[in-house]
Design a protein around this ligand. Structure first.
Ligand SMILES: [Cu+2]
Length: 138
């Protein structure tokens, strides 16, 4: 079983990066101007590049991600825009605070691989045995 964590190095808006455990993502444009959403690769695999197109305020697009990975989101219309979706193979995941604290609740006792992801750094994985309240420090 897997546990996924997202570490935030600064108090950037959380919407910048999202963890999802379901395969289907909805991209909603809540801005007042049109945006494009595309990704040049998933976890470095350029054959999985995709362009969802450009759409106006209030509209949305859906996409089904078939496997876990890191999806860097870009916009053809605004070069400064970047975001990430981390598709994780588990219902157990959490966002760390800027101070590095995190809590993943309601995990059944057992052995797990815990992966932490930080923007711009390689992912780090540790093994942990969960038995009741369990601490794991990276
Ligand atoms: Cu944009």
């Amino acid at each position: 079983m897997w546990i996924a964590l997202l570490a935030r190095p600064s108090p950037r808006p959380l919407s910048h990066i999202r963890l999802i455990s379901t395969a289907r993502a909805v991209f909603k444009n809540s801005d007042t101007v049109a945006h494009n959403v595309r990704w040049p690769a998933i976890s470095g695999d350029k054959s999985l590049a995709h362009n969802l197109g450009t759409w106006a305020s209030g509209d949305n697009r859906k996409f089904r991600f078939d496997r876990p990975g890191v999806v860097p989101l870009l916009c053809n219309m605004h070069a400064e825009m970047v975001g990430y979706i981390i598709v994780v193979p588990t219902p157990y995941y959490a966002y760390a605070t800027p101070a590095g604290d995190y809590t993943v609740r309601d995990i059944p006792d057992g052995h797990y691989s815990v992966t932490v992801w930080r923007e711009g750094k390689p992912a780090e994985t540790r093994q942990v045995t969960v038995a009741g309240n369990t601490d794991l420090n990276f």
